[in-house]
Every structure is written in structure tokens, then in C-alpha cells.
Design a binder for this molecule. Structure first.
Ligand code: J2J
Length: 552
């Protein structure tokens, strides 16, 4: 395995292999097999083009050959920061053909995050779409390159003129030079049991942690999702959330569609207009949403302007969907199956089953997709709680990681000695065997499914010259579920506004979605009985202040 990863114990690996749970197939081989068996079927479409399995495979080969020509090699880590465009899929599979390991960054990330990922991984290249949503990715990448010596290549999809950038657009056009069918791989093909890509954790403490996922574990995860949702070759999945997110990528998403020979339609944003027009254009039948994007969709007049009757399943995840929202969803899309998805980039996917009684689907967040997922609900002492009681969910299994990348210190607290991942989610077991998410232990803000580490934002706020103490908590919001609220004790005699604070935070070049949306300047922080800062009291305070308008 890639240096800095924690492998599964040998005996388990042998068992998974013997039972066919892990297969000797890489993600690229999964695509190649489809290109053989279902070559003419559409695999990927975006606004501009529709590509069959065979076309995706060939184009991925071409890209792989170009990447090799640039000097990229098996085991190299690269940063992939692309929106939902077909090049995302083409590059994703090109990397897997030659064993290059992409870190799946979000287009919303900025220098602060990307530079951190580059440093931790020693990434050799940064892939982006120059000018996406008006942002100068090439400029940001150049600044990162100056400060990160390993970063040799800055590569943009499309064409352009910025100097120092390699443009991938021409690689995808027909010309004699790009008529490569199969890339020669000087260092051999990648190993199915090695790391295929890295996802990002929301970060329970400090900055995001990197989550190494192997070909074998991810394909198993995706196959199990497709199986429990009864997907087949007619499945058309709308990638209506960032494709770099585990939910849309495979659990259950793009890779799950590949596992059954289905297809994916890339929506370029989560805006209702774009999502609805993509559904109408492609007659898509599965839509993933977060509760936040679902509220926006239900509130939007766009949904009445498009033909959405093809939708057969709507998967809601990333945050808890309240029963009232479930009812609105049922009323708006009576013919679509509502599916709860309670998953995590670290592994474990819980899904409600299409056959579960509606009353259970309304109240619960589903159950593990594989019978090999081990789950326990434990109390503070680590012992299992009584049946039906609330405790922390811990889990291990054939697709849940055993450790974050290059982070032994955090791994010691994030995993139990016997390899269970501590999810930080507080859950209880419903009599039906499904889980109900009741809250969380981890200190983050879940803003519309986007996870924001409180500690990360606090550390940045503390760097402000006027700030003495800072605490970041979630405040309720009807649409987003939660938003970031910053409590600050300022230094003696100075005042601070939200605008001033955010202006400062933006100079740190962080993703905008992490910016506080409310600032409370206080004289002191409330304490718990043992003298620790009580975030609970702060959360209650802001929730109370917002009470009449928390529905904004
Ligand atoms: C409550 N909390 C939830 C839900 C995730 C499918 C769906 C979502 C994710 C995801 C994913 C929740 N109800 N339905 O990877 O494959 C919170 C929990 C969890 C954390 C993981 C997938 N669905 N959550 O959201 O890695 O706190 O994955 O531990 O981004 O989101 O976040 P993430």
C-alpha cells in the first residue's frame, strides 16, 4: 500500500479475497470491462456531449498516455480540483490506468486548503479548470507551486494562454498525435489493493484529513450500494452534487452506476434550474440531494417548468432529513422512492431499502449496505449501550478505512485499538434494525452537507489581531440545516464586525463556505462544570436569539 496508509489485517484481506468481496479489479479495469461488454451504451453526459463506455475508455487511454509523457508515474499523488464536467470522469479513469493517485479536492477550495493537501501528500501536479466560476485557478496554483517544491505541473482542462499551465484540451481532440489506444505503462498496472484516490474528511479537529480508498474496497462499496438500491443498466444517475464528494462519486454514485453498466448525467451545479434541466434532458431516474439542496429544489419554481417524471429514486444524505421534509418530498414527487443515505467518505454507507415501509424510511437513516459492515453503538466508556439507547456509532468492515493518510497521531484517537472507526455520530438503533442519527460528538458545522471543522476556523479567527478568544458553533438554518456562527472575545477596548472578520479570513485564502455568517462579540465564554468552554451553551444562545428567524 502507498506509504502512510494503514492496511487491513492480512487474515481479513485473505478472507475478503477468498469470498470474492474484494476482487482483483482496478477502477480502470472495471471501465475496460464495460467498454468490452457494453461499449455502445452511454456512460457519461454533460451539457455539451454524451460519451459511450468505449469512448470514455479510449479518451481515458489518451489522457493516460499524455500524463505518462509528462512524466507522471504510478504512485505519484496529484490534486484534482474539477467541477462536474466530463473531463472529471476522463481524468479520474486516466489516473487509474497508470496508478496515479488523485486527491479529490472541491472547486470551492482555495489556496489554504489546496496548499495543505499538496504539502501533506507531496503532490506533483494540480489539475483544475482555469476560470471556473470566474476564479483564477492558474494564479492560485502558481502561488502554491512557489511554496511547494514537489508541485511540478499545473494542468488545466480546456485551452488558454496563462503561462506555465499545461492545457489538456488538445489531448482530447482528434489528431495524429493523440491516436493512442492503450497507454504503455512503464511501471506496470496498478494493484487493485492499493490506494486509488483520496477523499477529504470534513475534519473533526483542525484541517481536513485525507482518506485513502483502494480500488477493491471502493468497487465493493459501490457494488453493494447499487445492489441494495436495485440499480441496473437502465439506471441514469444525475450527478447533482460535487462529483468529488463520496456521495456522488460512488456511495451511491458514479462508480456504482459503472458497476451495473448504468450511466451518469453531470449537472454543472446544484442550482434547481441546472439539476431539473439535466433530469429532463437525460430522463434521469436517480437524483442525489442533501436536505439543503432538496429544500432549495422544492422551493424553486424551476421544478414545475421541467419534466421530472422519470425520477424513480431520490437519495437524500449528507445531513439528517427531518420527517417534515420527507413529507414534502413525498408530496412533490409521489412516484419517486425516497432513500435516506447516511454515509461517510471514510467508508460505511447506510441506505434505506426501496422495500422498507414508508413509516420506517421517514424516521430512520437506513442501515449498512453490506452484511460485513460491523457497527456498534457505544457509550463514553467504550461499552455498547442498551438496545435502543443513544451512543456513538463505531464501525469497521471491508470498505471502511483503518487510518487517515500520514496521520498516526489523529489515527490513535479516531480509531479503536481493534480497528473500528469512531464516526463521531450519535445514533440509536431503531427496532427495525435501521439507524437514527440523533446528533454528533465531533466539533464541526454541517452546512448543507459541507462539513466545516470548528477548530480550523477558530485557529484562523485567533490570528486576527483584535481577537483574544474564539469559538465556532453551528447555528440553525431552515435551508442549510446549519451555518457557521463565530463567538469572539476581543482584546480590551476594540470592536470587531462580521465584515471586518471575514475580510481578514479571506486574506487567508480559505474556501468561502467556511466563513462565519454571524458574529457574536461577548465578554466571556460560558463554562461547563469542570471549567471547559461550553459550546453547548453557545449553540443554545445563538439558537435562542435566532428563534423567530431561524427559518430564514
Ligand atoms: C445525518 N448525518 C449524516 C445523514 C451524512 C452518502 C451520503 C452522505 C455522505 C457524507 C456520504 C447523513 N443524516 N443522512 O459520504 O456516501 C453526516 C455524518 C457523517 C458525515 C460524513 C455518502 N449523511 N451525515 O455526507 O464524509 O455526521 O459523507 O459522519 O461528507 O456526514 O460526511 P461525508
Amino acid at each position: 500500500m502507498l506509504d502512510g496508509c494503514t492496511p487491513w489485517p492480512d487474515d481479513l484481506v485473505r478472507g475478503y479475497l477468498a469470498a470474492g468481496i474484494w476482487q482483483r479489479t482496478t477502477l480502470a479495469e472495471a471501465l475496460e470491462m464495460r467498454a468490452q461488454s457494453d461499449g455502445e451504451r452511454v456512460f457519461v453526459s454533460d451539457r455539451d456531449a454524451s460519451l459511450t463506455y468505449r469512448q470514455v475508455d479510449r479518451l481515458a487511454n489518451r489522457l493516460a498516455a499524455e500524463l505518462l509523457a509528462l512524466g507522471l508515474r504510478r504512485g505519484d499523488v496529484v490534486l484534482m480540483q474539477l467541477p462536474n464536467v466530463r473531463e472529471f470522469v476522463l481524468l479520474f479513469f486516466a489516473f487509474h490506468k497508470i496508478g496515479v493517485v488523485p486527491v479529490l479536492c472541491l472547486p470551492a477550495h482555495r489556496r489554504f486548503e489546496i496548499e495543505h493537501f499538496a504539502r501533506v501528500t507531496g503532490a506533483v501536479a494540480h489539475f483544475f479548470q482555469q476560470g471556473f466560476r470566474g476564479f483564477d485557478f492558474a494564479g492560485m496554483s502558481s502561488e502554491i507551486q512557489l511554496r511547494t517544491p514537489t508541485l511540478r505541473h499545473r494542468i488545466s482542462i480546456g485551452r488558454g494562454t496563462e503561462s506555465g499551465v499545461v492545457w489538456a484540451g488538445p489531448w482530447l481532440e482528434d489528431s495524429a498525435r493523440t491516436q493512442v489506444i492503450a497507454p504503455p505503462c512503464p511501471t506496470g498496472r496498478p494493484d487493485p489493493f492499493d490506494v486509488a484516490f483520496m477523499l477529504l474528511s470534513g475534519g473533526t479537529t483542525g484541517v481536513s484529513k485525507l482518506i485513502p480508498r483502494t480500488h477493491a474496497d471502493y468497487l465493493f462499496n459501490a457494488r453493494e450500494c447499487a445492489r441494495v438500491l436495485d440499480w441496473n443498466a437502465d439506471t441514469i444517475y444525475v450527478v447533482g452534487l460535487p462529483a468529488a464528494h463520496n456521495f456522488a462519486l460512488g456511495a451511491p454514485g458514479l462508480v456504482a452506476a459503472l458497476a451495473v453498466g448504468g450511466s451518469v448525467a453531470l449537472a454543472s451545479s446544484t442550482e434547481p434550474e441546472e439539476v431539473c434541466s439535466t433530469i429532463e434532458r437525460t430522463r434521469a431516474n436517480v437524483l442525489p440531494v442533501t436536505p439543503a439542496s432538496l429544500v432549495t429544489l422544492l422551493d424553486s419554481p424551476a421544478r414545475h417548468r421541467y419534466q421530472l417524471a422519470s425520477l424513480a429514486q431520490i437519495c437524500v444524505g449528507g445531513q439528517r432529513m427531518q420527517p417534515e421534509l420527507f413529507d414534502r418530498l413525498r408530496a412533490a414527487f409521489p412516484r419517486a422512492e425516497p432513500i435516506h443515505a447516511f454515509g461517510m467518505a471514510e467508508g460505511l454507507t447506510n441506505l434505506s431499502r426501496p422495500g422498507d415501509p414508508l413509516a420506517i424510511r421517514r424516521e430512520t437513516q437506513g442501515r449498512p449496505v453490506s452484511r460485513l459492515d460491523e457497527i456498534r453503538i457505544v457509550g463514553e466508556d467504550g461499552a455498547e449501550v442498551d438496545a435502543g439507547a443513544v451512543g456513538e456509532l463505531i464501525t469497521r468492515g471491508p470498505y471502511t478505512i483503518r487510518g487517515y493518510f500520514r496521520n498516526p497521531e489523529h489515527n490513535r484517537s479516531a480509531f479503536t485499538a481493534d480497528g473500528f472507526y469512531r464516526t463521531g455520530d450519535l445514533v440509536r438503533m431503531h427496532p427495525s434494525g435501521n439507524l437514527v442519527v440523533e446528533g454528533r460528538k465531533k466539533d464541526l458545522v454541517n452546512r448543507g452537507g459541507e462539513k466545516i471543522s470548528a477548530e480550523e476556523v477558530e485557529n484562523l479567527i485567533l490570528a486576527h489581531p483584535k481577537v483574544q478568544r474564539a469559538a465556532v458553533v453551528a447555528m440553525p438554518c431552515r435551508v442549510m440545516g446549519e451555518r457557521v456562527c463565530a463567538f469572539v472575545v476581543t482584546k480590551a477596548g476594540v470592536s470587531l464586525t462580521l465584515g471586518e472578520l471575514n475580510e481578514f479570513l479571506l486574506t487567508k485564502q480559505i474556501a468561502r463556505f467556511k466563513l462565519p455568517e454571524r458574529l457574536e462579540v461577548v465578554d466571556s465564554f460560558p463554562c461547563t462544570a469542570i471549567g471547559k468552554l461550553s459550546k453547548q451553551a453557545l449553540r443554545e444562545r445563538v439558537a435562542q436569539q435566532l428563534a423567530p428567524s431561524a427559518t430564514d
